[in-house]
Design a protein around this ligand. Structure first.
Ligand code: FES
Length: 346
């Protein structure tokens, strides 16, 4: 069995696929040997696409008792030509390469109380945690936030599993999560200092929680989160990145990251998490023709608003005037043109 941080690729077979919510497909991978899929783990999957092989990370939602089958769930990104479209195109029997479960979002032990917060597809990263907490008979609650019930995967399963420990907040039912109220409940409890909150969801939700958590003086080490790189304000577009000092100009495809494009162009980049968390890949922005879609959780909201630095592993640019993903009244499509970001790397 294997679970660790050194990725080990192996050929796996798609055992089954099925839709679990609007635009969300469950894909079960069968491994040649049993895997140890602890709560919080993900696998890196290699996906052949028209633009070459892409590696994408997906949380392990659950595993079969023998550890040979791991279930992932994938949200089909708007206008995806990349990872999520390739995952949605998989059929039973397809073969592909994937790593063993990798852990960088571990569930702690010994806290007096736990809160598990899922936003949208972020439920895939935390559903297993809630299951473990129940098995441990821990004091926990699960908060699940979504746009509409149709788009919330595993909602019925979570309700059956966690009963009144589950709180569901649905935007189009007028029951959107009040982040302040949630944090006030945590902070006003005697066990505030020993409450751990695990979350995965859209950047704006996680930002609001992070800001409120810090403002209330709750221990920062007790707030743990997992990000996913597609949680931007705009659907990905191709854009251009320039580094005048190095004479580099390269195109960043909608299904690639700026970091990947710069690496392909031969630029030596620093990085670690590739998820917008550590800040190691940050670059300075010298010029911008378009709008930045930061997507990171390393900078705070005020820093992001400056638009003078970005995390190359997740941040993107779009043409000015592109409608935001959550602007349902806006016309579809983007204005003509290509955004251009001019940067300096250190
Ligand atoms: S590599 Fe960690 S924020 Fe980009």
């Amino acid at each position: 069995m294997a679970a660790g941080t050194a990725p080990h690729r192996q050929e796996v077979t798609v055992a089954s696929v099925g839709d679990v919510a609007e635009r969300i497909r469950r894909v079960v991978l069968r491994y040649p040997t049993p895997q140890q899929a602890k709560a919080g783990t993900h696998v890196d999957v290699e996906l052949p696409t028209v633009d070459g092989v892409l590696t994408r990370s997906y949380s392990v939602v659950d595993a079969s008792p023998d550890g040979r089958e791991l279930a992932l769930s994938v949200h089909l990104a708007a206008r995806s030509r990349g990872g999520s479209a390739a995952m949605h195109a998989l059929t039973p029997g397809a073969r592909l390469w994937a790593t063993q479960p990798l852990q960088n979002f571990p569930l702690g032990v010994g806290a007096a109380r736990y809160v598990v917060l899922a936003g949208g597809i972020g439920v895939t990263a935390v559903a297993a945690m809630a299951r473990v907490l129940k098995a441990r008979q821990a004091d926990y609650r699960v908060v699940y936030v979504g746009r509409s019930r149709h788009a919330m995967a595993y909602l019925d399963d979570l309700a059956a599993e966690h009963g009144d420990r589950l709180a569901v907040h649905v935007d189009d039912e007028g029951s959107a999560l009040d982040v302040d109220a949630l944090l006030a409940q945590i902070a006003d409890d005697d066990r505030a200092g020993s409450t751990e909150l695990y979350m995965c969801g859209p950047i704006r939700l996680m930002d609001a929680v992070r800001r409120g958590w810090e403002n209330r003086g709750l221990p920062v080490t007790n707030l743990r989160f997992e990000t996913f790189g597609n949680s931007g304000a705009w659907a990905p577009q191709d854009f251009v990145v320039r580094i005048p000092r190095l004479g580099v100009e390269t195109r960043v495809d909608a299904n690639a990251t700026m970091l990947e494009a710069l690496e392909r162009a031969g630029v030596e980049m620093m990085f670690d998490c590739r998820k917008g968390e550590c800040g190691l890949c940050q670059v300075s922005v010298l010029g911008l023709d378009g709008q930045l879609d930061h997507r990171d959780v390393f900078f705070d909201a005020a820093e992001r608003a400056q638009d003078d630095r970005l995390c190359a592993c997740v941040s993107r640019a779009v043409v000015t005037g592109t409608p935001r993903i959550d602007d349902v009244d806006a016309p579809t499509g983007a204005p003509d043109g290509t955004a251009v970001v001019t940067i300096e790397v250190t």
